[in-house]
Ligand binder design. Structure first.
Ligand code: ATP
Ligand code: MG
Length: 479
């Protein structure tokens, strides 16, 4: 007799025990929503079922809440590959939107597709093989119009706008840029409606500079008794503006390009709405241009800000959300590196707050990261699902994994094969996506060797694989 129980104790002695086979395993779980096989059990090769449900009500086959996930592992431990497969698994839920934030442009270029010659985990193909198929919109921050005044003044700052006006040094530049951002947020049209950045006119510039000049007297603390705007600093800012007006105007106009929508760019809020409202799959790569001068913290800030706005707007219209946001290379934004600068720390804090806030509205997060012990603790604490790949057997990481997996689990973790030597990509998984086993026991999963294996293991989700010649198309064509 086969029966599924929630008992966490072994059966009484005398109970006959048989090794499971594929059929018994599937019979145990196949009535459950969200079953998805993303790999196999290393010992016996049985496909391992995971529960990848949407974040809606349990009556509708969902988790009943947004789930937060994290996948950890050193570089080339197979994180992105496994994450791509789990994304496909979540995408089986047609009512779910997916937003992939892709700082390295890896998913955007579909790099895990056959181009690498050794593996083929094309997300395009996996999504296309779903029944019914799903198509991802692939775009880059070059083709998206930013909206926030902070993002605008950050671009101005990077282009040397505030430095040219005499605000020297990072902190003065920052103060000037914050002041400008708040002035821009206050700009209104004739009806008193807030004017978006994309509608800023050239005529606004001299007025804004005048205000900035007044502000210079304040932050440089000119002699007491002198009204702001009448001090030496203000004069200096205005003189510098006169001197460099042509160049400053050019910087201003060029910076505005990233905000205009009349040049074919789609507004970031509209892109986010395609995920939250239209339940689409969107891959947003960060442009190389924006990453040139360090980690583009301001881009993630801008995305997080728009995300909050859109979630709130939808909520006020009585519309809940049901979406997963994937952040690859999350250590860049929530690791040690981020806390080394003021910009980075701000982003890290904002990300942690966003995770908490969006969760309440049905928007979950999936972090892909190389580091563990220095990853933001506020975020770590909010992750229900943790997936550990190769790389955390020593030091501060070790302690964390040990606590998470328990002594037995950790011993098992230490015995996992090294993927670089063995070509076997193994992970330990804890949390609500583990569908079999007693609560809290970590699951060992060895990744499939190709997208085709994944498709074959999940006939209830995929149609037969798309013919191989279709995948020879250049990846960019799938936009
Ligand atoms: N399941 C798998 N089967 C076969 N090969 C794999 C598998 N997973 C990963 N690989 C191989 O390992 C390489 C690195 O994998 P992946 O890009 O997922 O690593 P990563 O952990 O995301 O690394 P990084 O942190 O540098 O982004 C892949 O390009 C592929 O060659
Ligand atoms: Mg990766």
């Amino acid at each position: 007799m086969r029966r599924r129980t929630t008992l966490a104790t072994p059966p009484p002695s005398g109970t006959a025990v048989y090794p499971a086979n594929v059929e018994t395993l599937q019979a145990l779980v196949n009535t459950e929503p969200g079953i998805f096989y993303a790999g196999q059990s290393p010992g016996d090769g049985l496909p391992v079922p995971l529960t990848l449900r949407h974040f809606g009500k349990t009556e509708d086959g969902g988790f009943g809440e947004a789930v937060m996930l994290g996948i950890f592992g050193q570089t080339r431990s197979g994180k992105s590959v496994l994450a791509a497969q789990l994304m496909a698994g979540f995408a089986v839920n047609q009512r779910m939107g997916l937003l992939v934030l892709d700082p390295q442009g890896e998913f955007g270029k579909d790099r895990l597709a056959a181009g690498d010659h050794r593996v083929d985990f094309s997300i395009k193909r996996l999504l296309g093989a779903l029944v019914p198929p799903r198509v991802a919109m692939v775009t880059s921050t070059d083709d998206v119009a930013l909206e926030g005044s902070e993002a605008f003044t950050e671009i101005l700052r990077r282009e040397g706008f505030f430095g040219t006006l005499g605000f020297k040094g990072h902190s003065k530049e920052r103060e000037a840029s914050e002041r400008m951002a708040s002035m821009l947020s206050d700009l209104t049209d004739a009806d008193g409606k807030r004017r978006p950045i994309r509608d800023i006119r050239s005529a606004d510039l001299p007025l804004l500079v005048k205000d900035l000049a007044r502000f210079a007297d304040v932050i440089y603390a000119s002699r007491p008794g002198i009204a702001p705007g009448e001090g030496q600093r203000a004069q200096d800012v205005l003189a510098r503006y006169q001197l460099d007006e042509v160049r400053l105007k050019r910087i201003w106009h060029e910076s505005l390009t990233s905000f205009r929508t009349d040049n074919g760019r789609i507004a970031l809020s509209d892109l986010i709405q395609r995920v939250l409202h239209d339940r689409e799959v969107v891959v947003l790569s960060f442009s190389q241009e924006d990453s040139k001068s360090g980690v583009p913290y301001f881009l993630l800030n801008e995305i997080l800000t728009r995300l909050r706005h859109v979630i709130h707007r939808n909520f006020q219209r009585g519309e809940g959300s049901n979406a997963l946001i994937v952040l690859d290379e999350a250590h860049l934004f929530a690791g040690e590196h981020a806390s080394e600068s003021a910009d980075g720390s701000r982003t890290r804090t904002m990300l942690a707050q966003s995770v908490r806030m969006t969760g309440k509205y049905g928007v979950g997060w999936f972090f892909i990261t190389q580091t563990l012990h220095d990853f933001d603790k506020t975020i770590l604490r909010q992750l229900q699902v943790k997936i550990f790949g190769q790389g955390f057997k020593v030091g501060a990481d070790r302690e964390y994994v040990q606590t998470e997996l328990g002594p037995e689990g950790f011993a098992r973790y230490c015995s996992l094969p090294d993927p670089k030597r063995t070509g076997r990509y193994t992970f330990m998984i804890t949390g609500p996506i583990v569908s079999l086993g007693s609560l809290g026991t970590p699951l060992v999963l060895q990744g499939f060797r190709s997208g085709d294996d994944l498709v074959r293991a999940n006939p209830h989700c995929f149609a037969a694989a798309v013919p191989a010649d279709e995948l020879r198309q250049p990846a960019l064509e799938w936009a």
